[in-house]
Design a protein around this ligand. Structure first.
Ligand code: PHE
Length: 361
């Protein structure tokens, strides 16, 4: 693109007409070539650029040296040229209306690819809706939690060895606070149980989906960030049979009506008794295969009857362990999604590779 500014001598109408007609033709010729981002940017720099821009140079060279009586006429022409440059540039704004020469309405349209739910979010929503259909409401809590909600209120006393099982990421620099107020990244969604019982009197039925964090080295089955769906039901006369029936139904909804469940003794400080729930392997139907490590069963979640010590923290809000009882459960969303869709590496959820993600759209 040319950068020369012709010299004007008389600044009379004829000279100005000629000079601006040449510039206008130049703008119009260049505007026809604005079919890609580089050309548009070069056009912008050539005319409007702060240092090299020709409009700036013209204004500096001509407006300043023009005799007073020519300034008005020159200024009007200059403004017209500037408007033309800006109009041409604005016309390139939408890449779809940018056309070579003219707009060809017979060309196929530009289709926009629509996004889709991430497989984890989809699985999480599916789990939540299974429980919503059973009358559960949805509760949420923050990812940055305090020690009381994440541990103490769930019957992990300070220094209790059960805390070691939850490789906790602590927020630094809080040594001056009492331990229960110190912040950490929640290691499970169970603190939402505490938040729910503080806020609502029994009876309560709530599920809490969300992101949790543990200090884990990533590999095919571990990720320092993962997701859980927590559940809590407290009412009069809730028994272990209610827990079994609820989770058996939920697993059938999620994996198909022919899966069977079984409950194995386990330990969590906030449930007593506690259990791990296993479902029959949906790949081999229970015969034994690589997925279920030849056992025929797959371990899916933790659960148990709410420990009376946990209820007692909320006694003043109606959770008298002598009067009400309940159950709780927590399941890993990644694990369920991996089993549902046959995904063998948890990292795939977090890489954001469209080739992986679009398979679930
Ligand atoms: N919070 C437990 C975990 O993350 C799971 C759980 C939830 C167990 C509720 C029992 C009851 O391992």
């Amino acid at each position: 693109m040319s950068t020369a500014i012709p010299e004007l001598s008389t600044f009379d109408e004829q000279e100005l007409d000629q000079a601006f007609a040449a510039l206008t033709a130049e703008v119009q010729d260049q505007a026809k070539l604005l079919t890609n981002e580089e050309a548009i940017e070069a056009f912008r720099l050539n005319w409007l650029g702060r240092k090299q821009g020709r409009l700036g140079q013209i204004s500096a060279a001509w407006l300043k040296s023009a005799p007073v009586e020519a300034k008005k006429s020159l200024g009007m022409r200059f403004n017209k040229l500037k408007t033309l440059v800006e109009e041409q540039r604005a016309a390139t704004g939408d890449p779809e209306t940018r056309a070579i020469g003219a707009l060809d309405v017979t060309l196929p349209g530009t289709t926009r690819r629509i996004g889709a739910e991430h497989p984890l979010i989809k699985t999480m929503a599916e789990i939540v809706s299974v429980f919503q259909r059973m009358g559960y409401s949805v509760g949420l809590g923050p990812e940055v939690e305090n020690d009381f909600n994440n541990f103490e209120s769930l019957n992990f006393p300070p220094n209790h060895p059960a805390r070691d099982t939850q490789d906790t990421i602590f927020i630094a620099g809080q040594e001056s606070k009492p331990q229960r107020d110190r912040l950490l990244l929640r290691t499970h969604t169970s603190p939402v149980q505490t938040r729910a019982m503080e806020k609502h009197r029994p009876p309560i039925r709530v599920v809490a989906p969300g992101k949790v964090h543990r200090s884990d080295t990533p590999d095919a089955s571990h990720s320092p960030i993962f997701h859980q769906v927590e559940g809590l039901a407290v009412d009069t006369n809730i028994t272990f049979s209610d827990l079994k029936g609820t989770l058996d139904h939920a697993m059938k909804e999620l994996f198909g009506s022919d899966v069977k469940t079984r409950f194995f003794p386990s330990f969590f400080p906030f449930t007593e008794p506690s259990a791990d729930v296993q479902v029959t392997c949906f790949k081999c139907g229970g015969k034994g295969c690589r997925l279920c490590k030849m056992s025929g069963w797959i371990e899916l979640l933790g659960c148990g009857m709410v420990n009376p010590k946990v209820l007692a923290f909320h006694k003043d809000n109606g959770y008298d362990p002598e009067k009400v009882s309940g159950f709780a459960f927590g399941m890993g969303v990644e694990r369920i999604a991996m089993l549902k869709y046959g995904i063998d590496d948890i990292q795939l959820f977090f890489h954001g590779d469209v080739r992986f993600l679009e398979q679930f759209a």
